[in-house]
Design a protein around this ligand. Structure first.
Ligand code: CA
Ligand code: CA
Length: 294
């Protein structure tokens, strides 16, 4: 009897091990199916760490079973979950695409690539899940990549002030970090500077016309728009008596150059120039993304 009982136990043990894989796979299929009918926001809400939904338990289990550092936050866990659902050899299929890719939510365009760079990830990746930056990442970007206020007095204080202001202006949930959802509001502000005049209802053609005349106005006809010209242009656009006028104009000029320049990325920002093509391509890409948000 005892022999038979041991045999049953060990058999059950084997069964439950192989059964676990089957369970995980069928849970993933079911999760995909359930998320497929939801909007992106609903999917995120469904996968929130504090949700009471039974799906949350499944996503926790799936995420904790993957390799990689733990405790990277709820959205990081979601990103790992989607990766796991897709599998290393599996090509993205329509079901998965409809779950995690929503054009207007994608991290794309010049400001999307900028966001990726500040976050320290591949600038051409498009998935917003799990990505955000805080004061440390932003200050490091301002200092190392933009060379903001280089050689100026009180540089540290200036960098700290800019970072605090930028994050404070866009941080909607007050967690001190900017997600893509929050940072993309900055994109509209950039477009207003690149193509001043038309409002958001303007056609893509009208936007392009406005960008084209703004470029000619700033660049002065030599086919190259440099740091000094951009800074002067930003200065002229700001209301008189604006606090920290010079610093804000400098920031606008450096961000514009870093976001739109494509052929001089190896040079310090202040030595790069924008061709008309770079300027218009950037404005066009931003316009397209803005229009996709409706
Ligand atoms: Ca935030
Ligand atoms: Ca260039």
């Amino acid at each position: 009897m005892s022999f038979s009982s041991e045999k049953t136990t060990s058999k059950r043990g084997r069964l439950s091990r192989s059964g676990a894989d089957v369970d995980a796979a069928s849970r993933n299929v079911q999760l995909k199916r359930e998320l497929g009918g939801l909007s992106y926001e609903e999917q995120r809400a469904r996968l929130q760490p504090n949700s009471d939904s039974p799906i949350q338990m499944r996503s926790d289990q799936a995420a904790s079973a993957t390799s990689g550092p733990a405790g990277a936050g709820g959205f990081g866990a979601i990103g790992r979950l989607f990766n796991r659902m897709r599998g290393p050899d599996e090509q993205p299929n329509e079901t998965v695409e409809s779950v995690d890719v929503n054009l207007s939510e994608q991290v794309t365009g010049p400001i999307g690539r900028l966001f990726n760079r500040i976050c320290g990830v591949d600038e051409n990746q498009t998935d917003p899940a799990g990505l955000s930056f805080g004061d440390a990442e932003l200050q490091s970007y301002l200092k190392e990549e933009l060379q903001m206020a280089e050689g100026e007095m009180f540089r540290g204080t200036k960098l700290k002030g800019i970072s605090k202001k930028l994050i404070g202006d866009l941080d909607m949930d007050g967690d001190g970090r900017l997600s893509w959802d929050e940072f993309k509001a900055f994109e509209g502000q950039v477009l207003e500077r690149l193509a001043p005049g038309p409002d958001s209802s303007a056609s893509a053609g009208e936007m392009e016309g406005a960008a084209s005349s703004r470029y000619s106005e700033l660049a002065g006809g030599d086919g190259a728009l440099g740091y000094g010209e951009l800074k002067q242009g930003a200065r002229d656009q700001l209301p008189e008596g604006t606090k920290h006028l010079s610093l804000i104009a400098q920031l606008a000029a450096r961000i514009t150059l870093d976001a739109l320049d494509t052929d001089e990325r190896d040079k310090p920002v202040a030595e790069r120039t924008l061709s008309q093509e770079e300027y218009l391509d950037g404005a066009r890409e931003i316009t397209k993304r803005q229009k996709s948000m409706g």
